[in-house]
Design a protein around this ligand. Structure first.
Ligand SMILES: [Zn+2]
Length: 356
């Protein structure tokens, strides 16, 4: 194979990915708009678009604007062209969602996990959920399975280093074992990362530096830096729950004292818990120049207004916030499915990067 042949192939893949992603983000585009947004020539667009239509990935819709003249043709992603599965593996349950090619949830299922569940227990629950949601599906259209799990873990190898407080979870090859068990391509990431990725996937294009703060059975943060997910080289970014608020504080399950997580969880009132979280988040704002904090997880869903107002007040008190350092504090609009939606979106993103 010649070098130019390799380059052309890579270019073709890049351009297909670019056009498909622009159409997804916009919801629908004409060919002219597509050329404009992608920076490709009209000729390049008219060569690639029929390939994507032939592959069954795009629909064409004619729109009449009421006046005489040619109807506008809108190109849209065909939602049912492919499917993805997303899993949230939590400390007490497994939640599985099935999404279409746009990342919209089509169906979902939840099963409880007993205390001290083993890797095999978790994988059985995931496999059962997968079977339940895909029994009537054309498996050829199923792109794979994304898992948002408890850390620490390695996103690149799919190995869970250990899950604090769970016996038998030591260097577990979750990706390899789940792939063997389900026959699907598997992606493993921290639950906080998939939660942040869900917001990146569904967000507008403007780069925003965001901390997705997941307050569930533990506390962690997913970081979108300039709009892109930042995992860190060892998938260990965002371990905010185990940063220290008070070094002589109560003992945390991680073995250290006075971590944000243990301080939050042992607070005497919800107001105090939210305030302690706000104190920790003020430091994170200063370190990362955050523009937005998105709150998610069970504790937040139980008292959304209390958390947003208390944290916003704490930030205002602690930070010198002039007009140029605005920060918004909001609750995630993706609800209970957030972590699983993001895990499925990671599978979808791999497809959009190399659509076949
Ligand atoms: Zn800790």
């Amino acid at each position: 194979m010649t070098e130019s042949g390799v380059n052309l192939r890579a270019l073709r893949k890049h351009n297909r990915a670019l056009l498909l992603t622009e159409i997804r983000r916009a919801g629908g585009l004409s060919r002219v708009e597509l050329a404009d947004r992608s920076g490709l020539t009209a000729q390049a667009v008219s060569k690639i678009v029929p390939e994507l239509i032939d592959a069954g990935l795009l629909d064409e819709e004619r729109q009449f604007d009421g006046n005489v003249g040619k109807p506008r043709t809108q190109l849209r992603i065909r939602p049912g062209a492919r499917y993805a599965l997303g899993v949230q593996l939590d400390r007490d349950e497994v939640h599985v969602v099935l999404t279409d090619l746009l990342g919209s949830v089509l169906s979902k299922t939840t099963s409880r996990l007993d205390r001290g569940f083993s890797p095999d227990d978790a994988m059985s629950a995931i496999a059962d959920g997968v079977d339940q949601l895909t029994s009537y599906l054309d498996r050829a259209k199923l792109l794979g399975l994304g898992v948002g799990a408890l850390g620490p873990l390695d996103h690149h190898t799919g190995v869970v280093h250990h899950a604090t407080g769970l016996a038998g979870w030591h260097e577990v090859s979750l990706r390899g074992r789940l792939a063997a068990r389900t026959g699907l391509a598997v992606i493993v990431d921290k639950d906080t990362n998939t939660a942040a990725f869900a917001h990146q996937w569904h967000a507008a294009r403007s780069p925003v530096t965001t901390a997705l703060v997941l307050v569930g059975t533990g506390i962690g943060v997913g970081l979108l830096v300039d709009g892109k997910l930042y995992r860190g080289p060892r998938t260990n970014a965002g371990e905010f729950g185990h940063t220290t608020l008070w070094f002589e504080g109560p003992l945390c399950k991680c073995g250290r004292r006075g971590c944000v997580e243990v301080m939050h969880n042992s607070a005497s009132t919800p107001e105090e818990a939210a305030r302690l979280l706000g104190i920790g988040l003020a430091d994170l704002v200063q370190v990362l120049d955050l523009e937005r904090i998105v709150l998610a997880g069970r504790s937040i869903r139980a008292a959304p207004e209390l958390y947003t107002s208390t944290i916003a007040a704490q930030l205002a008190q602690q930070l010198p916030v002039p007009h140029w350092q605005r920060i918004t504090v909001e609750v995630s609009d993706l609800g209970d499915d957030l972590v699983a939606i993001g895990a499925a979106a990671e599978v979808l993103a791999a497809f959009y990067a190399d659509p076949r």
